[in-house]
Ligand binder design. Structure first.
Ligand code: 0PR
Length: 366
């Protein structure tokens, strides 16, 4: 640490310079996060010092967290769902599997069945929780093969995981089939809708993925992705309102005497941000935003295909993938494990950016 601190001017000159080193969102086509909506930023700033880890000190902020859970539960066809605000999909996925493990603690060698497309957070969860992870191959459309999932079930299986909006190819797993398998074998079913949870409900023809399906026990959804909130804003929802209490540990000197969360100190600011944007845009506003992202996805696919760059998948949500191995330098794209070009059509990726990208792709070999 410095012996004598910088002046404000020195400090913020330095920070401004560091900020300029970050990439311009104009060229970011690889991220599942986006520029937070100004309304979310405004709400976030009001609650900067709040800590949901000690909610008795911040009852107003704590009530916003309850409202957020209620709004998302309602969106997922279960207004009375339980849940809490996490730091994002990783924490939600870890906590869902932790919950199932605790509820089935009689098993010595428990396993969970996940699609090969599962986000790497499940690997972390299984490492931490000492769970055997059983990957299930995908069908030719990059969706979990539900029949192969059923084949993997044995007496030590505690849960199935399905993804609603996969990270790499933007597909929705056959959650309805998984729900039936879960009910038939008395397994827990966790749906990772970290990305798709804020997309699917607003599509013209939504895929079944939520609590309307009887086998779904828990859902992860991230307002800091397609929810356009500030980072870090995730949410874990549970079918039974008190289900998470199975994870309670004693916290004797806090304003609440028990907690089931993974983090201790938890920011209230992004919770306010997440709720603000839901209530500001409403279903109509989200429908318009999602329709725009889906249109842009279709436009990008059609545009690149005119140059013979073939899609790798026809996505269910706004992630486009291509059989292609190069793009002009200034664009930040990503590549799937199978080597496909991957572009996430987030709200900050406006139509003019897509047209510019398509044009430059067309000029690549010219
Ligand atoms: N589940 C799914 C389906 C995800 O896509 C992700 C993250 C997670 C869980 C984990 O969420 P957190 O990262 O919030 O814990 N998907 C993105 C990815 O790994 C996250 C991301 C976002 C990566 C922005 C890069 C980036 O610039 O690709």
């Amino acid at each position: 640490m410095l012996n004598k601190g910088f002046s404000e001017e020195e400090l913020f000159t330095f920070f401004a310079q560091k900020k300029r080193e970050d990439l311009d969102h104009k060229y970011i086509l690889s991220s599942m996060c986006t520029l937070p909506h100004p309304v979310a930023v405004q709400a976030h700033c009001i609650f900067m010092e709040t800590n949901l880890g000690d909610p008795g000190l911040f009852p107003g902020t704590a009530s916003l967290e309850k409202l957020l859970v209620r709004r998302l539960g309602t969106l997922f066809h279960l207004p009375d769902a339980g849940g809490y605000a996490t730091g994002g999909g990783t924490e939600s996925n870890i906590q869902a599997l932790r919950l199932f493990r605790v509820l089935r603690n009689e098993l010595e060698y428990p396993n969970v069945i996940v699609p090969e497309s599962a986000h790497f957070s499940f690997k972390k969860a299984c490492d931490i929780l000492d769970l055997e992870m059983r990957p299930v191959p995908l069908d030719p459309d990059f969706r979990m093969d539900a029949d192969r999932a059923a084949e993997q079930v044995d007496d030590n299986t505690i849960a199935l995981v399905g993804i609603a909006g996969t990270t790499e190819y933007g597909m929705v797993d056959p959650i309805e089939k998984l729900s039936k398998i879960a009910v038939a074998h008395d397994l827990f079913l966790h749906v990772d809708a970290a990305f798709g949870g804020m997309v699917i409900p607003f599509l013209d023809r939504p895929f079944p993925f939520d609590f309307a399906l009887p086998g779904v026990n828990t859902i992860a959804v991230d307002p800091h992705k397609m929810g356009m909130s500030t980072i870090p804003a995730g949410c874990l929802l549970t079918r039974e309102p008190d289900m998470l209490h199975a994870l309670n540990i004693d916290t004797p000197y806090l304003t609440v005497k028990q907690e089931f969360t993974l983090s201790g100190t938890r920011p209230g600011a992004p919770v306010a941000g997440a709720l603000a944007i839901l209530d500001y845009l409403g279903v109509e506003g989200f429908k318009a935003t999602i329709a725009g992202c889906m249109k842009n996805t279709a436009r990008l696919i059609a545009g690149l295909e005119t140059f013979g760059i073939k899609r790798a998948a026809t996505p269910n949500v706004n992630v486009a993938t291509f059989v292609c191995d190069k793009v002009p330098d200034k664009w930040r794209v990503s590549w799937t494990r199978q080597g496909h070009l991957r572009i996430v059509l987030m709200p900050h990726v406006h139509r003019d950016r897509i047209e510019a990208f398509i044009q430059e792709m067309g000029e690549l070999d010219a």
